[in-house]
Ligand binder design. Structure first.
Ligand SMILES: NC(=O)c1ccc[n+]([C@@H]2O[C@H](COP(=O)([O-])OP(=O)(O)OC[C@H]3O[C@@H](n4cnc5c(N)ncnc54)[C@H](O)[C@@H]3O)[C@@H](O)[C@H]2O)c1
Length: 258
């Protein structure tokens, strides 16, 4: 029997990068998947891939900062597939800026998408999970939610907030058999980073990441599959760092042997 047979999983950002691959890998493990993305074409493309491989999926083209849309999406998922076992929120943006260069408008935009949507997702998924006796929530946060890097004020603030929401949900709903964890990647090779390639990317990784390879979307999807499974039943309220050692190190290149 596959690991997620008879389970229903909803993933946001399902049209690209980590979200797309996570949708396809959960489906390959037997899950019915709600593919959520603001981009209708890419969300449907992910669903088409899953259906072509013999899986079950439905596309939800929507903005995850829209409260009514989030509420209606979960209601439709439960109507369509009968239950809700895993909610994995990935969709996000990653703007640059300091306290001075970030406009208030841009600040509110990243907080709405990278933090408020996490709250909305938890708010409207948890009642279904409680009703059926449990569930798992995973929030894609990133190491900047633990420690900011320069020129990333809005993003770091939003992700730190998303991590705080993750921990609050974990402690408030542990007795309802609902687990909530954050996955915190470092640099991942996804379309989000498509403007940052070649020697500039290689130099960045050599400078900041101890592991000598690029982290791929599959590394994150594999982590999500584990955290959503019963093997991780005792893990909740955690920031699971998947970054090739970057966050563990202070002054990585100080006297580093070549
Ligand atoms: N790639 C990295 O290096 C990295 C590292 C740490 C954290 N993250 C986080 O991962 C997430 C992005 O994942 P990715 O790298 O696979 O990016 P991506 O750009 O490939 O995918 C993001 C998806 O989110 C969708 N989306 C954007 N706004 C939306 C909205 N309002 N409603 C619904 N969907 C929306 C986009 O259409 C896109 O398909 C973000 O939360 C980002 O902060 C990425």
């Amino acid at each position: 029997m596959k690991r997620f047979e008879n389970k229903v999983v909803v993933i946001t950002g399902g049209g690209s990068g980590m979200g797309k691959l996570s949708c396809e890998m959960f489906a390959a493990e037997g899950a019915s998947v709600g593919v959520v993305d603001i981009n209708e074409v890419t969300a449907q493309a992910t669903v088409d891939n899953i259906l072509a491989a013999g899986g079950r999926a439905k596309a939800y083209a929507m903005d995850i900062t829209n409260e009514d849309a989030v509420k209606e999406m979960f209601a439709d998922v439960v109507k369509t597939f009968g239950r809700l076992d895993v909610y994995f929120t990935i969709a996000g943006i990653s703007p640059m800026g300091t306290a001075v260069t970030t406009t208030y408008e841009d600040y509110k935009r990243v907080v709405a998408l990278d933090m408020d949507s996490v709250f909305l997702g938890c708010k409207y998924s948890i009642p279904y999970m409680e009703q059926q006796g449990g569930g798992v929530i995973l929030n894609l946060v990133g190491t900047y939610g633990i420690r900011p890097t320069p020129n990333k004020l809005g993003y770091s603030a939003a992700k730190a907030g998303a991590l705080a929401i993750t921990r609050s949900v974990a402690i408030d709903f542990a007795r309802s058999n609902i687990r909530c964890n954050a996955i915190c990647p470092g640099f991942v090779n996804t379309p989000l980073n498509k403007g940052f390639e070649g020697e500039a990317r290689a130099r960045f990784l050599r400078t900041y990441q101890p592991a000598p390879f690029e982290i791929q979307a599959k590394d994150i999807a594999d982590t999500a599959l584990f955290l959503a499974s019963d093997e991780a039943r005792a893990i909740t309220g955690q920031a699971i760092v998947v970054d090739g050692g970057t966050e563990a190190s202070l002054y990585l290149n100080y006297k580093r042997p070549e």
